[in-house]
Design a protein around this ligand. Structure first.
Ligand SMILES: NC(=O)c1ccc[n+]([C@@H]2O[C@H](COP(=O)([O-])OP(=O)(O)OC[C@H]3O[C@@H](n4cnc5c(N)ncnc54)[C@H](O)[C@@H]3O)[C@@H](O)[C@H]2O)c1
Length: 350
């Protein structure tokens, strides 16, 4: 049995391995990959023939830390994006656990030493989505600043009215506040600087030298909110960041500021965002991720100053499918006694 964190892309592992996956989920992925993998069914079949020993498998999706703990008994592998695996989780698995596959390279929350002592391989996954996601975040800022989506719909509808899209501001001289300064925002910062923006970042866990090397000013959260013309969210979804962007945070931002979220939907309270935009508390927002994907708060859908994209920050041809394929290959390799790449606790191999 494989336990997978219920996150939009790791969910694909269930589609590949578990014949009992709900048909609606299979259809949703097939639709999602319509352009990247037009023969999605054939792609899954080819992968399964290679997997033999691993397919069919029972794949259990768990939404949160409590669900992980409750669902671990008898699990062979855990695939986690943000959920922690420590002594308690190792004990809950009851001795069957052999692999912890992180859906990324940052191992925060994974007790690699305890895993090693229990003979559990901890594997990382090199995400290749970072460049795409940084480009997307910057693209959304440009879309907001230059009012590109609004102008585009107007011209498509036969209109040609400058005043319908005014005011338009240039980015040069404006302030960008990055919340979280991990791998993706470190790729956003040079683009912003090239456009003449002043760049601040808030990340209490990143050493000062990283900010200095990037030419980015470290800032407290409140300071960043009060100064920034664009606030771009790049933290992981964690108990501390869930709902972090709510009414009180919007009240501390400039009423002329724009919010960009390419990180995870539930970091922003969508109802509070819609109210802040309705009340003119913010100038606009651009969202690639949503609280309840694929549902979007209908009030946001109705607002002309909101740019929405369907979680395409990491969209690159076949990229997301390839990541899921690497994960299932890694699990198979461990079960077959082979040593997969990117093992974070090589001491397990003696
Ligand atoms: N839209 C997409 O398709 C897409 C694609 C890739 C990644 N993402 C998301 O983008 C986000 C950023 O990814 P990344 O690779 O840069 O992450 P990362 O793991 O490299 O860095 C995350 C950073 O956030 C910081 N952080 C944690 N809690 C914080 C807090 N409360 N306040 C400020 N900083 C905090 C950490 O110290 C860390 O430096 C993640 O949520 C990721 O899931 C989205």
């Amino acid at each position: 049995m494989v336990v997978v964190e219920d996150d939009p892309f790791p969910r694909l592992i269930q589609v590949i391995l578990d014949p009992d996956t709900p048909a609606a989920r299979v259809a949703a992925f097939s639709h999602f990959f319509a352009h990247e993998l037009p023969d999605f069914t054939g792609w899954c079949k080819r992968l399964r023939t290679r997997l033999k020993r691993l397919h069919p498998a029972d794949v259990r999706l768990v939404p949160d830390q409590a669900g992980l703990l409750a669902g671990l008994a008898g699990a062979t592998a855990v695939v986690t994006e943000s959920l922690a695996v420590g002594k308690q989780e190792i004990a809950a698995a009851g001795g069957t656990l052999r692999i912890v596959q992180k859906y990324g390279t940052v191992l925060s929350g994974i007790d690699t030493a305890s895993c090693g002592r229990a003979g559990i391989r901890v594997l990382t996954l090199r995400r290749r989505a970072n460049i795409s996601c940084a480009e997307h975040a910057f693209g959304l800022m440009l879309a907001l600043a230059r009012k590109i989506p609004l102008s585009n719909s107007q011209v498509h509808a036969g209109g040609w009215q400058m005043k319908a899209v005014a005011p338009i501001h240039r980015l040069r001289g404006r302030v960008l506040g990055l919340v979280g300064f991990g791998r993706i925002p470190q790729l956003v910062a040079p683009k912003a600087k090239a456009f003449g923006l002043r760049v601040l970042a808030h990340d209490p866990f990143v050493p000062a030298a990283v900010f200095t090397a990037a030419g980015v000013e470290p800032a407290g959260f409140s300071e960043l909110l009060g100064i920034s013309d664009y606030v771009s969210i790049h933290t992981p979804l964690a108990p501390q960041t869930r709902g972090l962007f709510g009414a009180d945070v919007f009240a501390r931002m400039k009423p002329t500021a724009y919010l960009v979220n390419t990180a995870r939907g539930p970091i922003v309270n969508e109802a509070a965002l819609a109210s802040a935009l309705d009340a003119g508390r913010l100038a606009g927002a651009a969202l690639d991720v949503f609280e309840h994907e694929p549902r979007v708060d209908p009030r946001l859908l109705a607002l002309p100053n909101v740019v929405l994209t369907p979680h395409i920050g990491s969209a690159e041809v076949e990229l997301r499918a390839r990541m899921a394929a690497v994960v299932v290959d890694n699990i198979l390799a461990v079960l077959a006694g082979r040593r997969p790449p990117n093992c974070a606790n090589p001491e397990v191999y003696g």
